[in-house]
Design a protein around this ligand. Structure first.
Ligand code: PHE
Length: 342
């Protein structure tokens, strides 16, 4: 019996086989256990001889089991060490970390600054109805602005009875949509892509604007001026800014003003709030009564201001980038050079 089990244990290939042997030998109904139970039927003399022998056998089998179990575990570990090695001296694999595109970054900054002033964000479609993009903004069919804006018109198939659509030429149609949706009072900014057929160093056919609109009972140009100054201080991270409101014309605002920022260029670096240069940064004005009416808001009860800022232009200024087209070339070397990619 002893040799049978010691041989079997030595030859066991894995832990499961060992467990089977344990049950067979010293388990409750194992061979050794049964023999031990028979001790009761023996005479005291026989028992005195067999008792210690069986106990010793049981101990021997148990320790043989334990020793084999440890040996199997060692072998398994050796096997893992042999097959699952890792060369820690190999150079690490380089991971490219994605970063935020400068235009997205500036959009986020602008949105955050106006959010702090109580503006919520609104969005509208990039393929816009001709009506929202022009008519509702007091730009009737024959108005020269339609051609000045180099509009992309959507092709319309014969028999298509949907209203004509354009790629929106500015974010101002979102003013109308916000008014239609929320009514007055209202404070929204609308960032997004806009399109015009134009291409040179400072123009790309797709670019970005952020529209601002505030409507209340007695909003004035003074509120507009404060908001824009506050925005410029936060965006350009300076304590003092000086804005110049230049009389201008937009069909959807009356009066209208283009706004310039006092600045200087020192060694290619923009300094805001000082110097003798003026940089045009946005268009603005008091919302035209016809535009309020188009947005279902009663112009006798409400008034408001609106402005439209070129986001790409802000990004060019803030980061000293001379060519707008580079923004949209997806050239990693360029992005890295300006610190926009790792
Ligand atoms: N929509 C005008 C543009 O794209 C900017 C603007 C917005 C002007 C709001 C006045 C008020 O040029």
């Amino acid at each position: 019996l002893r040799q049978k089990y010691l041989d079997a244990i030595a030859g066991a290939g894995d832990e499961a086989a060992l467990e089977d042997l344990r049950v067979q030998a010293v388990g409750k109904k194992g061979e050794v256990s049964l023999k031990m139970r028979e001790l009761g039927k023996m005479s005291p003399e026989e028992r005195q001889v067999m008792g210690p022998k069986l106990n010793a056998l049981k101990d021997e089998i148990n320790s043989a089991l334990a020793a084999k179990k440890a040996a199997l575990a060692d072998a398994a570990l050796d096997e893992r060490l042999r097959t699952e090695w890792l060369d820690v001296t190999l150079p690490g694999r380089h991971r490219r970390v994605g970063t935020v595109h400068p235009v997205s970054q500036v959009t986020e900054e602008v949105t955050t600054i106006f959010a702090d002033m109580g503006f919520s964000v609104a969005e509208g479609p990039q393929v816009e109805t001709d009506w929202h993009n022009f008519d509702a903004l007091n730009i009737p069919a024959e108005h020269p602005t339609r051609t000045e804006m180099d509009t992309f018109y959507m092709a319309q198939a014969e028999g298509d009875d949907r209203p004509p659509h354009v790629l929106r030429t500015h974010t101002s149609p979102v003013q109308i949509r916000a008014m239609e949706l929320a009514g007055a009072p209202l404070r929204v900014i609308c960032p997004g892509r806009v399109y015009r057929a134009d291409y040179d160093q400072t123009h790309t056919p797709m670019f970005h604007q952020v529209e601002g609109l505030a409507i209340d009972r007695d909003i004035s140009m003074a509120n507009l001026k404060w908001c824009l100054e506050e925005f410029c201080r936060a965006f350009f991270e300076v304590d003092e800014v000086e804005l110049r409101f230049r009389a201008s014309h937009f069909p959807f605002t009356e009066p209208s003003a283009e706004v310039d920022l006092r600045c200087s260029w020192e060694g290619g670096q923009l300094k805001v709030g000082q110097g003798d240069d003026w940089m045009e940064i946005l268009g603005s004005g008091m919302v035209h009564p016809k535009v309020l009416a188009a947005g279902n808001i009663d112009p006798d009860q409400w008034q408001g201001f609106a402005f439209g800022i070129g986001i790409d232009r802000l990004a060019m200024l803030k980061y000293g980038i001379p060519d707008l087209r580079a923004f949209f070339d997806s050239d990693l070397r360029w992005l890295k050079h300006y610190g926009f990619a790792a």
